[in-house]
Ligand binder design. Structure first.
Ligand code: PPS
Length: 224
């Protein structure tokens, strides 16, 4: 699933459950959440299990903005173009004060709109919703849920991780090496005007509720 479009944050990960053929791929939601992708995946394997990793939607949008800005900075420095970067606030809120859903990092945080398409094609029990914020905070319990969901023998434990204070995230540890995710994972987010955060959280409130209704679980995302 390669593409030249800038990567948009968030994940739907499919794991093929046939014993002879095990696959695992992380997809760009910009591509996987639209069009005929769910049908094509079901045609490939109808008993597939999917992991949907979701983060608090406003934080996810800021994460996306941070990633796109970082790519734009790299592109403009290599082509010597000097374009001023617009702030998250400018992109997320229109001059009339309304939320700019034409800004893709915000539109992608409307999880229920995308999940609906997947639920037309897959049964709800085939999808595990993983709370990405909890995954960052304490990965082991989330990984235990994932092991169980996938029917895997439980093997992951606390001994597989350590908290790297320099990176500010948990990193992997095994007998031979310690390994953190690469620099593009866990970037420092810019400061965003708290009034904009509040406006966006209020806006997402009803959309988050629709997502909770679809998955049958309240993620507890702030509404202020
Ligand atoms: N252990 C650990 N180390 C580093 N980063 C971690 C970790 N666990 C989760 N994360 C969060 O993963 C976010 C990036 O993952 P994505 O799936 O959104 O990335 S991508 O779509 O593949 O680009 C990334 O988002 P940002 O913090 O905005 O960079 C991280 O917060």
């Amino acid at each position: 699933m390669s593409s030249s479009v800038p990567r948009q944050r968030g994940s739907i990960i499919g794991s093929v459950r046939s014993s002879s053929e095990v696959g695992n791929s992380s997809h760009r939601p910009a591509k996987t959440m639209r069009g005929q992708v769910p049908e094509r995946i079901r045609a490939m394997n109808a008993s597939l299990k999917l992991l949907l990793i979701v983060r608090e939607p406003v934080t996810r949008a800021i994460s996306d903005y941070t990633q796109l800005r970082s790519h734009a900075a790299t592109a403009s420095s290599s082509s010597m173009v000097n374009s001023p970067q617009r702030s998250f606030e400018q992109l997320a809120i229109r001059p009339d004060g309304s939320v700019n859903l034409a800004y893709r990092p915000l539109a992608i945080s409307l999880y229920h709109t995308f999940l609906l398409r997947w639920l037309e094609v897959f049964q709800r029990p085939q999808i595990l919703i993983v709370n990405g914020d909890l995954l960052i905070e304490d990965p082991v319990p989330q990984l235990h849920r994932i092991e169980k969901f996938l029917g895997l023998e439980p093997r992951i434990g606390r001994h597989n991780f350590y908290f790297n204070h320099t990176k500010g995230f948990f990193c992997l540890r095994n007998e031979t090496a310690d390994k953190c995710l690469r620099e593009s994972k866990g970037r420092r987010h810019p400061r965003v005007d708290p009034t904009v955060i509040t406006k966006l959280r209020r806006f997402f409130g009803e959309h988050n509720q629709r997502f909770y209704d679809l998955v049958g679980e309240d993620m507890g995302w702030p509404e202020e």
